[in-house]
Design a protein around this ligand. Sequence first.
Ligand code: THU
Length: 133
Amino acid sequence: MTLDELFQIARQAAAAAYAPYSRFRVGAALLGADGAVYTGCNVENRSFGLTICAERSAVVQGVSRGCRSFTALAISTPDSPVPVGPCGACRQVLSEFMDPRCLVRFGGAGPERVDAAIGELYPYDSLHELAGA
Ligand code: THU
């Protein structure tokens, strides 16, 4: 599974987004250490703070299916012309289940793509000694 292929899956996952408030669809595709791909989309709520991001919904899908380790992530934001990286909350949740060297690719509707390691997106993890309990 290449990052290009994973990004295509993330792009398709964005089609399921429930985003009537922001009109900003996000799709995520997580490659499990088991070889399976787990997808997610953002699911908004009229109580805005209850919104779940695409990245965390993909993590929840993977863990719910018994996978607790992921090796790559792609994020598609088709309603943005430029790449949009994961939010701070998602960076911390992703770091729970991904090695810091694992790559995250993100891109919008345009051709630009960003590849960054989780350790770059979430450096100086203040709780690293508690991880994996
Ligand atoms: N969103 C995500 O799904 N992932 C991100 O990393 C950034 C934001 C969603 C939340 C909300 O539904 C919409 O994008 C606008 O913020």
